[in-house]
Design a binder for this molecule. Structure first.
Ligand SMILES: [Zn+2]
Length: 76
């Protein structure tokens, strides 16, 4: 995971030490999201907890970077 995505948050792209990274489910487990790597992204704790079980990007992302167009997409 760290080698694929680097030690930064998928959402806000902040650089994070490995200890502060969490695994975020793009599609929440409660919505039948899988445990496969393609459904997992590294996220910082604020982003992950902001999303909760939502399918949407963390709300904090828009306040951090209103121009961001990054959404929840399947990894091609
Ligand atoms: Zn983040």
């Amino acid at each position: 995971m760290l080698r694929d995505y680097g030690s930064q948050c998928w959402w806000c792209q902040c650089a994070l030490p490995a200890k502060k990274l969490t695994l975020d489910h793009l599609i929440p487990q409660s919505k039948n999201g899988s445990h496969s790597l393609e459904n997992l992204r590294l996220a910082c704790i604020p982003c992950n907890s902001d999303r909760g079980n939502s399918l949407n990007p963390p709300k904090r992302l828009f306040s951090l970077n209103p121009k961001s167009t990054r959404g929840v997409r399947k990894h091609a």
